[in-house]
Design a protein around this ligand. Structure first.
Ligand code: HEM
Length: 184
């Protein structure tokens, strides 16, 4: 299934991003450090979501509007008193030019909700922050069911062989990692 291939073939990029993020989070000392982390996500995911929006076939992703993350990132930044950064310019983002590539980018964004719970717990434990964690809380109790529904979208036979989805997912991970290095 495409969802299994995606997991397997993006594993090393996920692991290196996770490592980078954990290092950054361990070094956080105050609210401003956390706002800075949110702005990195906001500028990248926000720019990416615009590219996805222009290319995804929305009738094939039934709950597409529910899944946009720039809103919750923006709300968290505002709640904490931070300023919105500009969105990442197109040359910092993966090339998203069709539905398959849009699904690959969405895979990375949607998957980030799975580790989000661990991240929000780290933030609360380390900084005592309990407000402004809506992005990392993902879909709360619905996180697993939202993930499974997205996997079902990925696994539609019409998406086979899936190479374009996987390539776009890996590019999305890599470009995010680069964006992280540039801004962290
Ligand atoms: C501290 C940072 C992170 C931790 C601890 C973490 C942890 C996790 C965990 C526990 C899972 C679930 C694995 C499973 O159930 O099989 C997961 C899945 C995933 N994460 Fe992360 N993650 C982190 C950061 C990120 C970020 C920043 C992104 C994207 C930008 C991301 C993308 C994904 C994706 C796409 C999956 C789905 C893998 C699959 O296909 O099952 N993760 N992560």
């Amino acid at each position: 299934m495409i969802s299994d291939q995606l997991k397997e073939q993006t594993k090393s990029n996920h692991q290196s991003l996770e490592k980078k993020l954990i290092g950054k989070m361990r070094a956080m000392r105050n609210k401003q450090d956390y706002i800075d982390l949110l702005t990195i996500f906001y500028s990248y995911f926000g720019g990416l979501e615009q590219l996805i929006q222009g290319n995804v076939l929305k009738n094939k992703v039934p709950d597409y509007d529910l899944r946009r993350k720039a809103y919750s990132l923006s709300a968290d930044i505002e709640l904490l008193g931070g300023r919105h950064p500009a969105l990442a310019a197109q040359h910092f983002l993966p090339a998203i030019t069709n539905h398959a590539e849009a699904l690959g980018a969405m895979y990375v964004i949607e998957g980030s909700t799975l580790g989000g719970k661990i991240i929000s717990e780290m933030i609360t434990k380390q900084l005592g922050i309990t407000d402004g964690v809506s992005f990392f809380n993902g879909y709360g109790a619905d996180t697993i069911s939202m993930w499974q529904r997205f996997q079902a979208v990925l696994n539609q036979p019409e998406n086979l062989p899936g190479d374009a989805i996987i390539a776009a997912a890996n590019d999305t991970f890599l470009k995010f990692s680069e964006w992280f290095d540039l801004n962290a």
